[in-house]
Design a protein around this ligand. Structure first.
Ligand SMILES: Cc1cc2nc3c(=O)[nH]c(=O)nc-3n(C[C@H](O)[C@H](O)[C@H](O)COP(=O)(O)OP(=O)(O)OC[C@H]3O[C@@H](n4cnc5c(N)ncnc54)[C@H](O)[C@@H]3O)c2cc1C
Length: 461
């Protein structure tokens, strides 16, 4: 009889969950929820941990730093010198080279996570996050690999899904008719399968240029589509990294002058890139980066291959046919494969609803205010300033400091502050005090108590 009553209770509960549009699990998080276990997410979790603030990281893939582990090519080394790519609170091992390999970089992230005991919740894709004004909490909904839904309820939400969350694949006329291998650089590992083949690489940013070099090293025959003007700079100049030198000069000189300096030295070292088919934009490299977020290419050897004719430069594509590419100048040429080095985009607009921080158009924080990392109602962003890991680390420190301030202030005003530190971090205690403090609507109280305190389903029906 009891068993039947319990079943009946469960059925009723399912029905109620359905009509309340509730996911199958609802979890309450005492500290912030961080979306994304890339360098930005790890950095903010570590800074919070150091301040005694617990957090939960939700990550859609099955590993940390998934961009680096799963979506980059084998030969990748850091584009910038290691001192500009460290996360807060832990430097690189001294034996690492100036430009660590991708495997070394990933190893560093794993050590970092171990040191700060960061354990992301893997295979949880955030599909919806919205601030509940009645509750005064964020509701973050995730979907697991089998479609199972979970809702996390939290006071602070940190968006760390990155500027490179989704591959950008352009619409090219006749794409379906090409017939040959066509893939985005996020799926390119090395040139092994392209040996002896004619490959068209579309896009002349850092990835496109480096993939061409890799293809040459595997005896493939790459051509590079260059539609836009581009600044190519040597990776090092005057015995120092170009990036480091620019940062140093910017402390003393205006950006315009530093740009002129960079272009003069580049011309001396690389020659006139326009003669190779790579016209320079009107704005200098640093100004272009600042105003339009466009990163200059740091040459790692591709320019020499273009000069020697091993990499050919082509104009934009008009349309594709059976293993054939027609260019905008009317010329046609046969290719075995196409690699799209067409970049990435943010995915925040697809899952974050409301909030003042992110643009619904491009999924980046709006404007260039100094507080671009902080929105209203406990919403934060880390890693969206187009300044690589250096920018992400700076964001992470600011965000952690700000959350700590609120965390301390809130804990002073709740019965929860009476609990010892370890007990305070226990979700059950947190929710107990929160419930007292905020006097939730009855419906919400039931839902949360059921999950956290373990109230039996029958008692709700
Ligand atoms: C080829 C290449 C080379 C680069 N070299 C450098 C360099 O040398 N130096 C440098 O500073 N920067 C470099 N960058 C830029 C680099 O991407 C960033 O600096 C760094 O990876 C940003 O970290 P992030 O955590 O902000 O984003 P990511 O590394 O992209 O991590 C974001 C994480 O969020 C997860 N995620 C996304 N959406 C969701 C969702 N809805 N739900 C749950 N999880 C989600 C992703 O799976 C990912 O794990 C390079 C980028 C590329 C592509």
């Amino acid at each position: 009889m009891n068993c039947l009553r319990e079943m009946e209770g469960k059925e009723n509960l399912l029905f109620i969950k359905k009509i309340m549009n509730k996911p199958s699990r609802c979890l309450c998080v005492p500290g912030p929820v961080i979306v994304g276990a890339g360098p930005s997410g790890l950095a903010v979790a570590a800074c919070l941990k150091e301040k005694g603030v617990p957090s939960v990281i939700l990550e859609r893939s099955s590993c940390l730093a998934s961009l680096w582990q799963l979506k980059t090519y084998d030969r990748l080394c850091l584009h910038l010198p290691k001192q500009f790519c460290e996360l807060p609170l832990m430097g690189f091992p001294t034996e690492f080279p100036a430009y660590p390999t991708k495997d070394q970089f990933v190893g560093y992230f794993e050590e970092y996570a171990k040191k700060f005991d960061i354990r992301p919740q893997y295979n949880e894709t955030v599909s919806h996050a919205e601030y509940d004004r009645v509750l005064g909490f964020w509701r973050v909904r995730t979907v697991g690999p089998k479609g199972e839904e979970t809702e996390y309820v939290c006071r602070w939400l940190v968006v760390a899904t990155g500027e490179n969350a989704e591959a950008v694949v352009p619409e090219i006329e006749g794409m379906g008719e090409f017939g040959g291998d066509m893939r985005h650089t996020s799926l390119y590992k090395n040139g092994e399968k392209y040996r002896g083949k004619k490959v068209l690489v579309v896009g002349c940013g850092n990835s496109g240029m480096e993939v061409c070099l890799d293809l040459c090293n595997y005896n493939a025959k790459p051509s590079l589509v260059v539609k836009d003007k581009v600044h190519v700079l040597p990776r090092e100049m005057l015995g120092s990294s170009t990036f480091g030198l620019s940062m140093c000069l910017l402390k003393w000189l205006p950006m315009r002058l530093v740009d002129q300096f960079l272009l003069t030295v580049s011309r001396f070292m690389l020659g006139d890139t326009a003669r190779l088919g790579l016209d320079r934009p009107h704005l200098g490299p640093l100004q272009l980066k600042k105003l339009h977020g466009k990163t200059p290419v740091l040459d790692v050897g591709t320019l020499a291959k273009i000069r020697s004719g091993d990499v050919k430069i082509c104009p934009g594509i008009k349309r594709l046919k059976d293993y054939t590419v027609e260019f905008v100048n009317g010329r046609t040429e046969k290719f075995d494969a196409i690699i799209l080095a067409t970049g990435y985009r943010s995915n925040v607009a697809s899952w974050l609803k409301g909030g003042d921080l992110f643009s619904e158009e491009d999924g980046f924080p709006k404007g260039t205010s100094p507080n671009g990392w902080k929105g209203e109602s406990g919403l934060y962003s880390v890693g969206f300033t187009k300044r690589g890991i250096l920018g992400a680390s700076m964001d992470a420190k600011r965000v952690a400091e700000d959350i700590e301030r609120c965390w301390v202030a809130e804990s002073k005003h709740t019965p929860w502050s009476l609990l010892s530190h370890s007990r305070r971090n226990h979700p059950r205690n947190f929710w107990f005090s929160k419930c007292v403090q905020r006097c939730f609507a009855l419906r919400e109280l039931h839902a949360i108590f059921e999950e956290v305190v373990g109230v039996k389903s029958q008692s709700r029906v």
